[in-house]
Design a protein around this ligand. Sequence first.
Ligand code: HCA
Ligand code: CU
Length: 461
Amino acid sequence: MQLLDTTLREGEQTPGVSFSIEEKKEIARKLDEFGVDIIELGHPVVSGDIEKACRVISGGDLKAETMAHSRALKEDIDMASDIDVDWVGIFLGTSQLSLEHKLHIDRTGALEKIRESVSYAKDRDFKVRFTPEDATRTDPGYLEEAIVTATEAGADRISIADTVGTATPFSYGKLIEDVIRRIDIPVHTHCHNDYGMAVANSLSGFGSGAYLIDVTVNGLGERTGIAPLAPVVVALSRLYDVDNDWNLDMLPEISRTVEKASGLFNSETEPIVGEHAFAHKSGLHTKAVLENPETYEAIPPEIVQKHREIIIDKYTGKAAVKDRLTEMGVEPDEDQLREIVSRVKGSEAGGKTRFTDIDLLEIADDILDLDIKSRIPAQVEALISFSLNSSSYTTRATRKIASFEEVATVFELTGDKDIQAHLESSSVQQLNDLIEEFRNMDEVQTTETSLILKGYEEGEN
Ligand code: HCA
Ligand code: CU
């Protein structure tokens, strides 16, 4: 099977989104490295900068094939001819709504346009994908005429567009089956997400024999977008046992790149690439997960280079708190542990919804007779990674962060996170305050902190 990514075409049709050529190059390069088969670059006649981006990227050295989007018109195909793409993706609305209220032509006229445009593109040596737009709302008999016409005119692929996302997994799967029965060329899926069923519909189409699935990174696209890359490929790999060479570990990085370039950020609950995808909270869950992650994890975070996260808050039980503290070298006895947990649960009244390692250590310090200040040597260190808002300048934020005395080193990163800083401080309290201050910076979207307690062992100081 194959994947077509259309982040640069459908994705740029997302309200508010416009990628620069540099951003498009970076996105295409990463998708190529990830392993998509076809990259739809854009619809060149739409604007000069889209045409230029198509030209620049198709002239690069991608392994993936490239495609230009095109109406069923000679001028669009001529423009694509002028650009070195492998495919033209010709689309024409075939539903009665499209014919009457968009194209203002009748059924026969539409078939004529399909025949002419597909053969015109074939004469120019393109590989041709023909898409009956709004296929899922097209009269089935007429849809059959349209796809047969395109196939006879030389189309290499047919894409069944669920343009307004009204198909269900059952109806879409059935439609794909009917289409495959009628024609001999590979069939594509293109599923919009208006009812939230884009992934389910795409996979249903695949299950019914579709050869290729259209996706965008983060599910960008008109309105609610189309099927997002990450859950589609992880489901294909793990639930459908599809043999593949995809670099799944690149998914968070690709998602992040597109978040930044688009200015649209995923919800925390987004599958695979959302902040909470591998976070566990309730005491019952975390206890089980610490014993065996599979109890509450369908997908091992490692396959996408993510880490399991145990949230410490009022839902937390002893197991999670003990685990965190042990990792930091603190070993409370049963009574102390119970007391720490009860403070964590009790402090919800104070409005704290999440405890960092440092917060936890402070409570432990208070309850255990640790005297943490003497036990923790003169130095407490932390590594903190920052994700910035799309509108922020990394260099400026880096300079701001570097200006704090406690910041020993700071790096700009490429990939999932933007900046990493190494902090050294003489007290946990001071470190905590500093991290709070970073979190409140306008530029900062999220932070992730890990604490390093150097020479924690007694006497090692
Ligand atoms: C569009 C509509 C389209 C086309 C799909 C395709 C759809 O934005 O032009 O040509 O493969 O969803 O029908 O995206
Ligand atoms: Cu679409």
